[in-house]
Write a protein of this length. Sequence first.
Length: 399
Amino acid sequence: MQTATPQHDEQNAARPRIDMGELAAHAEGPALVDAVTTGARVTLRWDDDTQAHFPWLWLRDHCACVECRHPLTRERLFIPLDDIETPPAAQVVDGNLLLSWADNHVSRFDPVWLHQRRLENAAFTPAQIVPPRRPWHVGFTPERVSHTDFMEEEGGGERQWLEALLRDGLVLLDDGPLVEEEVSRLAGRIGPMRATNFGARFDVRSKPNPNNAAYTPIALALHTDLPNWRQPPDIQLLYCLQNEAEGGESTFADGFTVAEILRQESPEHFRILSETPIDFRFQDEEHDIAIRAPIIELDEDGRPLEIRFNNWIRDTLRLPLHDVDAWYAAYRHFWQLLHDPRHQIEFALAPGQMIAFDNRRVLHGRRAFDPNTGKRHLQGTYLDLDLLESRLRVLSRQR
């Protein structure tokens, strides 16, 4: 790849680009007051009495000039292969850290950008925009956003919808038009739809010769979709076009919250479901998709990261004989907690409403309905979580 030059950057100066320090440079924050060189690093001090140490190679690696970052894509061009043998001259100029390297290269760093990235506070994520997950409490009701607000050009309603979905794992959209493919149009504002063996966009209604229980009028116990996939879909959208049949109320439960309740009531049952992989499998004439994984997956800190729970497509339970009874006891305990009315919410989707939820956190189901009393038609699709977080960052930056 050819290294960009300052002249190249001037020719493209009119094109929009994102500077790695852009957000920090336009935000208020502590001012840099001092830079002291000490061997293989520099010690910086700000006017809020905080200080931080930065190795020379780290600073050289994060230089944002047009020689080190592509002027249009902002992707890194510098390759940190060599140690810094000769420390640069460091000084504070107009509040910025200015480094003059032995090869005559010059780097400039914004003081707020550096303050956000203090290595002593490496666990902190700078410019955090994505809201942390919030567990459901008893009596939880989902946030509601109108279709009109979601579609406004300023993006305020869409930001509210995204924040609620990322925070609570579930959000409602109200008063949408009763037109085919509206769910696809709404999803398209976020990013490409995630295709599965059911297609990129699917219809949920009773039909003959179904290959999935959702396409029947029977009740659906709480479950997550497609746990038989190595990477199950993150976010599910369900848009209601018709709901005239008696019954069919939607049910939801926060799997992360209930998993923590399980851990409190029975640490051993929690351990079994989080450490014991079992088989999930979907088969029809064209597909045979299977995976072996635990029902509760934990992150590196031991917190719930994903729930795989779908009684229809649990395959043969392949466990040692002496583990079978204990696994069933743990599974039964989790099932009972999930279906406890205290941990569920229930409502009937109205035509023009869309429910969106985190399929790897929130379990969903429905009551049985009578197709002889009226039509029931929902259209659905899936989205990747990365696209939701990306869209929220873009909207927040535009704001």
